[in-house]
Design a protein around this ligand. Structure first.
Ligand code: NDP
Length: 296
């Protein structure tokens, strides 16, 4: 029997666990605040930002939002960032990506106060993570770790193949899983577009994490019998639905499920976890800035 790992359920447990910490902060007179910044009017980004705002309201985090016109100068965005860095009500914030082409996202990230960088993308936070002293674990890799834990997968000594080496998923996840830690201690292989014989790398893995952005790239023939499969991918493909598309992962769910011991669905797997871990990081940021110890 293949276990379908229910990301929605695990995420809702994490959100419920946060309420205690939020109450502790409230008792100390502090309400965690998360701001989103959206430059331009990309509809998908707008949806993501709206969801983050709604998530905040549901758990008792104060949502803030700033829109920046898509044709504004980079300096206008930097001004918003400087204001958020100084705003004591905003404990964490993020600039939704992608930003317009005339803005360098790395420049944007470098200007965010690392204490408020709840995405965990600032070089200081990346360095701390690599050094084994993470302040904010990036939300998607942290969510993957939590899903593995919830599925009862012991990463110690496990062979984990990560497909994708992006700065937001593949690289930080590899760095987390090789840490000398209870939720690390894995032997990690990281694959990318220049990897020779991808199937040979996935087929021998106890855990396969797909973060590629290519619909259903990884099928059942590439999965070892009984392996755990975590599908980070979210891809829109044309379909005969009301919206004219459907969401599929980077894994061919139907064939992979025949061989996997446990597998995440898309949607309903990693996506809800990413959102939950953003709330987690916001509560952690508030705790650090307010000097209030909370249980996380
Ligand atoms: P990127 O485009 O930044 O990175 C994709 C990675 O896949 C790159 O390292 C690339 O290699 C590699 N790759 C591309 N083609 C192949 C191939 N044929 N074989 C092996 N590797 C390949 O993507 P992201 O990491 O940002 O996102 C990946 C997917 O995850 C997307 O579908 C995205 O929508 C989704 N996502 C989902 C989240 C969630 O919360 N569920 C959060 C973040 C992302 P190279 O480096 O050589 O180019």
């Amino acid at each position: 029997m293949t276990t379908i790992i229910d990301g929605k359920a695990v995420a809702s447990e994490i959100r419920a666990d946060l309420t205690g910490a939020i109450e502790t902060l409230a008792d100390a007179g502090a309400r965690p605040g998360l701001a989103t910044v959206l430059m331009g009017d990309d509809p998908a980004s707008q949806t993501y930002v709206n969801m983050k705002q709604r998530d905040c309201e549901e758990v008792g985090i104060e949502p803030h939002h700033v829109d920046v016109p898509g044709d504004a100068a980079p300096e206008d965005l930097y001004e918003v960032i400087a204001e958020l860095n100084d705003d004591p009500d905003v404990h964490g914030y993020l600039v939704q990506s992608p930003v317009p082409d005339h803005v360098d996202y790395r420049d944007v990230i470098r200007r965010i106060d690392p204490m408020k960088d709840v995405d965990g993308f600032h070089p200081e936070n990346v360095g701390r993570l690599v050094a084994g002293d993470a302040r904010f674990r990036p939300c998607t890799p942290h969510g993957v770790q939590k899903l593995l834990e919830a599925a009862g997968v012991d990463t110690e000594g496990a062979d984990v193949t990560i497909v994708g080496r992006s700065d937001i998923v593949g690289k930080p996840l590899a760095n987390l899983l090789i840490q000398k830690a209870d939720d690390g201690n894995a032997t990690v292989t990281v694959c990318h577009s220049r990897t020779d014989d991808l199937a040979a790398k996935t087929r021998t893995a106890d855990v396969v994490v797909a973060a590629v952005g290519i619909p259903e790239l990884i099928d059942g023939s590439m999965i070892a019998e009984g392996a755990t499969v975590i599908d980070v991918g979210v891809n829109r493909v044309d379909a005969d639905t009301e919206k004219g598309y459907e969401l599929v992962g980077d894994v061919d769910f139907e064939s992979a499920k025949e061989r996997a011991g446990a597998i995440t669905p898309v949607p309903g797997g990693v996506g809800p976890m990413t959102r939950a871990m953003l709330l987690y990081n916001t509560v952690k940021a508030a705790s650090l800035q307010e000097g209030v110890d909370v249980e996380l």
